[in-house]
Design a protein around this ligand. Structure first.
Ligand code: TYC
Length: 99
């Protein structure tokens, strides 16, 4: 029989839900300006932050763009994919559980 959760466990899962990192990956084809635009529109970065993050991905291969609850992280991954494909670019975002 599955155990009924204690009130303290319910509170913990509401106050401390599992968080997911959204990771943007480098590629050789997506234009830098398009990536900056995505970082501003999808991840709500300002221009300076978006430029810095784009360069980090470009030089290091990937970077964390933000940390969100599961549904929000999944939506952002999907928004990146959909905007990228609609514009013919291979830009990729993935999500990963924060330890
Ligand atoms: N490397 C790409 C270029 O030189 C730019 C780029 C940056 C692509 C970040 C993807 O997540 C990315 N045009």
């Amino acid at each position: 029989m599955p155990k009924i959760k204690e009130a303290s466990e319910v509170e913990l899962s509401i106050d401390n839900p599992p968080m997911y990192k959204v990771i943007l990956h480098n590629d050789d084809y997506t234009p830098m300006d398009f990536v900056i635009d995505i970082l501003m529109k999808v991840f709500h970065k300002n221009l300076d932050e978006a430029e810095d993050l784009m360069w980090k991905v470009h030089t290091q291969g990937k970077a964390v763009c933000g940390v969100y609850v599961k549904d929000i992280a999944a939506t952002k991954v999907e928004q990146v994919k959909s905007l990228a494909r609609a514009n013919g670019f291979p830009l990729l975002a993935t999500m990963e559980l924060e330890r």
